[in-house]
Write a protein that binds this ligand. Sequence first.
Ligand code: CUA
Length: 334
Amino acid sequence: MRRAAAPAALAAVVAVLLLTGCAGDQSALDPKGPQAARIARMSWLIFGFGAAILAAVTVLFLNAIRRGPGEEPRLSERGAWRFVIVAGVAVPAVILFAFLAYSARTGNIIATPPPDDALTIQAVSRQWWWEFNYKGRSPSENARTANEIYIPAGRPVRFELVALDVIHSFWIPNLHGKMDMIPGRRNTMWLQADHPGVWRGQCAEFCGLQHALMAFVVVAAPEEEFQEWLARQASEAVEPADAATRRGREVFLGSSCVLCHSVRGTLALATVGPDLTHVGSRRTLAAGTTPNTRGHLGGWIADPHGIKPGNHMPATQLPAQDLTALIAYLESLR
Ligand code: CUA
């Protein structure tokens, strides 16, 4: 009894470890919306079928090699042929066609146009970061941000996918499958988060040196919280509240930062790099590369290539006092 219990307990532990490995903020096996749920269901079904067939074939194989020398074959030649045609051709053909039909139907359902009340966000991919443009019904709902999006929980969100340099791929595993972003082409998809939560999106098509560090944060918030966030993101940058941040703004506007970045409400209007109007509100820097903290921000400004080699941001050498003021200013942009 005890001897039989040990392998069973081991199997249970392994199964639990494997299944907890499926959970997470970037896992297609931990679906949080209708499309991801359909895809996950299909994956598990195919996996389950495949596992059952593997088990059946293994049993047949073990049975076949068990025959002792001189023992008569258990099937006549005719019976053996019949077995090959039924189990080796007819049954696989039926199973494969059934899965083909199932996967075509799943693909069809998740590709249906979104409902009319869907929010539209344009996602623009570049080496190696994301720009997000909210296309609201009024100017107060038009926001531009980078590497972090909020979406309303329980409401469909339509994405227009644009690539400006090479092919990237848009993927939020917990919410939907991936879709390529191809220069000169506009792909669309929609997804929905059933409940509030925070997940990680990731570029899923190799796009150069920092492909792996091309991520973004997805926050599904209750409708009211989402509307507050959107109104804040759509507004211009806050005015500096003290001498340090005022000095920081001077440093920002007087340095090479303005050649690439914009801070709406100031004279910095360039669109080469991420919009920094509300950079202080974001969780990460450099498309999910580091947490957005004072230390990381300073390190990023002084040595972006030490952190993310090959990215397009040049290092900015500033006297220590100016750097401190600049960091204070950027942190105040909430
Ligand atoms: Cu962008 Cu990989």
